[in-house]
Write a protein that binds this ligand. Structure first.
Ligand code: AMP
Ligand code: ZN
Length: 451
């Protein structure tokens, strides 16, 4: 069976057939490095990673590029607030992002591209658009994309009706805006006092790029004019991806992306988790509660990427308990690795090939572990095979024997806490730390983690 993916462009599930049979060209809109991403953002990267793993599992070579937005309205605003240069500010959050990616067992893309490394390429695209009269310069020197001149504007978001386009007078300089505010958008923003020392002197004048042109330039420079897959969260469909598509196709005259794929939101109390709504959690919040970030990955895999999920701590804790049970069952299988069970593998593949149906694929994993008719060695091989897609880290599991000395100290510390002898409990915590363990107090009692 062929791989099937839901394509936002056509709003249908389509058979996947890459442009170049040998290598899939894949671009993911990466983070704006202006703060710690929230766990909602990580759904976008876990989704892209799962998709990449499914492609690799199916035998494809994948060339995957992810950008880092290190210049835009938000990075400039917040670096100024913190009195830092744009570079030192964005480099700090880039490092933190890379650490998070690792803790979620996300395979690194072939390349992380920084927007500020591609200014020349952006200028070249804008010059082409000006030449083709798809863009124009405004009085203040900024350059805008003329959406009425591009006949397919709105094809991706399916939202721009002819009359909306007619009403779409005016221009928008901001990077982010809503669907009811469709207007000509900025490709190049002429320098303004608020930008401080962030500007480039180019043939287009002194200024900086708009957010959307950054991804067009990074995608086309690294992967060519036409690619197979472009991913992001659904909020990227408009305006970001609609605008990327318009700029790229406007400049080359060719289809930019064959399959546009988008993950749905993580909600909190039925509202989208967002930095601006102040209803977000970061991976640090999870770790501070003693929760393994992989449990978050596992929780997300229990839902299809195209359904909204409502985040509650109890659900995540439940996922962690289930994951530990899976780990436990796996650890009981012994050391030898046999053969992958073909029947289960067939079922598993059917599910993941069907637009990444990870919830059903996970049921196959449980079935394998519970099946009494296959040997432990074959179970082990099958679990490791499925984990190439799930990325739950089974291959890294090691028998973790907590030293008796540490266990004894934890018990003594619990007793000290019961006796309200906090000085002693603090001393014991330090002693536990010195032996390479961290103890976290949770509602269910103390939890131990290796440092
Ligand atoms: P940003 O750094 O704001 O560009 O967002 C990074 C990625 O996270 C984009 O692909 C967004 O679409 C995605 N995203 C933002 N908020 C959420 C959310 N609550 N749930 C799922 N994805 C999200
Ligand atoms: Zn992008």
């Amino acid at each position: 069976m062929a791989l099937k993916f839901f394509n936002t462009l056509t709003r249908t599930k389509e058979d996947f057939s890459p442009i170049n049979k040998k290598e899939v060209l894949f671009y993911t809109c990466g983070p704006t490095v202006y703060g710690y991403p929230h766990i909602g953002n990580y759904r976008a990267y876990i989704f892209a990673d799962t998709l990449k793993r499914v492609l690799i599992y199916s035998g494809y070579k994948v060339k995957h590029i992810m950008n880092l937005t290190d210049v835009d309205d938000k990075t400039i605003r917040d670096s100024q607030k913190e009195n830092k240069t744009l570079k030192e500010f964005t480099e700090f959050y880039t490092k933190e992002f890379k650490k998070d990616i690792e803790s979620l067992n996300i395979i690194n893309p072939k390349k992380f591209t920084k927007a500020t490394d591609y200014i020349d390429e952006m200028v070249a695209i804008i010059k082409k658009l000006l030449k083709k009269k798809l863009a124009y310069k405004s009085k203040d020197g900024s350059i805008y994309f003329d959406i009425k001149k591009f006949k397919n504007y709105g094809e991706l978001s399916h939202l721009v009706l002819e009359n909306q386009k007619e009403n779409a007078g005016g221009r928008i300089v901001k990077d982010e805006y809503e669907k009811d505010n469709i207007q000509d958008f900025a490709l190049w923003k002429a320098w303004d006092e608020k930008d401080g020392d962030v500007f480039w002197e180019t043939e287009l004048g002194k200024g900086r790029p708009g957010w959307h042109i950054e991804c067009s330039a990074m995608s086309m420079s690294n992967l060519g004019d036409q690619i197979d897959i472009h991913t992001g969260g659904v909020d990227n469909i408009f305006p970001h991806h609609e605008n990327e598509k318009a700029q790229s196709e406007g400049s080359t005259g060719k289809q930019f992306v064959k399959y546009w794929m988008h993950n749905e939101w993580v909600l909190v109390d039925s509202k989208k988790m967002a930095k601006s709504a102040q209803n977000f959690y970061t991976l640090r919040d999870l770790v501070n509660k003693g929760i393994n970030p992989i449990a978050y990955r596992f929780w997300l895999l229990m839902a299809n990427y195209r359904t909204r999920v409502n985040f509650v701590w109890e659900a995540l804790e439940g996922a962690e308990t289930a994951l530990k049970r899976l780990y436990g069952l796996y650890m009981e299988l012994g050391d030898s690795i046999g053969k992958v069970n073909k029947e289960y593998q067939k079922k598993f593949k059917e599910f993941i090939d069907d637009d990444l149906d990870t919830p059903r694929a996970l049921t196959v994993l449980w079935d394998v572990l519970k099946d009494e008719n296959i040997t432990n060695a074959d179970k082990k091989a099958t679990v490791l095979d499925f984990d190439k897609v799930f990325g739950l880290g089974f291959e890294n599991l090691k028998e973790e024997k907590i030293p008796a000395e540490v266990e004894k100290l934890v018990k003594e510390r619990e007793q000290a806490r019961k006796n309200k002898d906090f000085q002693k409990s603090d001393e014991l915590r330090k002693e536990i730390n010195s032996l390479g363990y961290e103890v976290k107090d949770t509602a269910e009692g103390p939890r131990l983690q290796q440092l």
